[in-house]
Design a protein around this ligand. Structure first.
Ligand SMILES: [Zn+2]
Length: 316
């Protein structure tokens, strides 16, 4: 079967690798570890083994591939095909991954920041279809995203544009891992929600969240579970989450005037839970002419890390 692409989603602990057809469907998938402690070469070897395994699993030959797309944490340079020094890949520095995989497999290889790749995947194969100006926002442990303009990723000078998670939402707000304060992801990510819940529990606020978590640490999903059981603290926290999500949306609508914003990531499993509250804030405060042409939807593509990486090859 020709016209398939291999998508590589390089993460800090595991690498998801899949064969993706021209409809965005994953026809075979493997996960391999990211042995970053064993050094650069070990990570590269793991990627090669994963690609070979998934090609075999899909009953393909290397020559059947249109190419290999790699989504990686930044900083990186997509044009030079170099990954610089991602925070969650210590030691995996200045890796010329495009050159390496191109020499190994003799096929077209493209590299992109993982959030940008996910945005392109959702644009080509998901809710972005048919739009020209599209924003993808992933809300999970952090907040990331990407902007597609006329079918192309808007990259910025070094593939780092539209770092949605680091927009300042609340001056004087909580510290962010990036060094700034009051960032979107410090207020509205799954990690932020879980931090707000833990702080409230430590203060002794009355809630069933702790009981739901049991012996382990409180997670964002515990807050949503408690919300669905009518817990007062959880309702307050989820409403705050929806409010901060909404404030970020207002900024995105003002900046980019998109036709659609799609929300993906773990927290988007609760899209229907926070949507109405989020929209209350958005409808009250967003620029009216821009809001009129924009809708905010739940992202559609599963395994968007892999599909997004593959979409780099399908990009027109
Ligand atoms: Zn930040």
């Amino acid at each position: 079967m020709r016209n398939c692409v291999c998508g590589v989603d390089l993460g800090g602990t595991k690498i998801g690798i899949g064969i993706v057809d021209s409809n965005g469907k994953i026809i075979a998938k493997v996960n391999v570890p990211t042995p970053v402690k064993e050094g650069k070469q070990a990570v590269l070897d793991s990627i090669v083994k994963g690609i070979e395994d998934v090609i075999t699993k899909a009953n393909l030959k290397t020559s059947d591939l249109l190419g290999i797309g790699v989504g990686s944490p930044g900083p990186l340079n997509s044009k030079l095909g170099i990954i610089y020094n991602p925070n969650n890949l210590p030691g995996f520095e200045n890796v010329e991954i495009v050159k390496f995989l191109n020499e190994k497999f003799g096929t077209n290889v493209k590299l992109q920041n993982d959030a940008n790749a996910a945005a392109l995947g959702e644009y080509i194969f998901g809710s972005g279809k048919g739009t020209e100006n599209f924003v993808y926002v992933t809300v999970s442990t952090g907040i990331g995203g990407g902007l597609i303009v006329n079918g192309k990723i808007f990259e910025g000078a070094n593939s780092n544009a539209v770092e949605i998670g680091h927009m300042t939402i609340l001056d004087g707000g909580p510290a962010c891992s990036c060094g700034n304060i009051g960032c979107y992801e410090a207020l509205a990510s799954g990690t932020a929600l879980q931090r707000f819940a833990r702080e409230a529990v430590l203060k002794g606020e009355k809630t069933i969240i702790k009981e739901i978590a049991g012996d382990r640490d409180i997670k964002a999903e515990d807050v949503f579970k408690a919300y669905h059981r009518g817990d007062k603290l959880a309702i307050k926290l989820v409403e705050q989450e929806a409010y901060y999500l909404g404030v970020g949306m207002i900024n995105l609508i003002a900046l980019y005037n998109p036709e659609r914003i799609a929300i993906g990531g773990g927290v988007s499993n609760e899209f229907d839970t926070f949507y109405d509250k989020m929209m209350e804030t958005v409808e009250k405060r967003a620029l009216k002419p821009s809001l009129k042409v924009c809708d905010i939807v739940k992202a559609k593509v599963n395994d968007v890390g892999i599909v997004g990486a593959a979409s780099l090859i399908y990009e027109k």
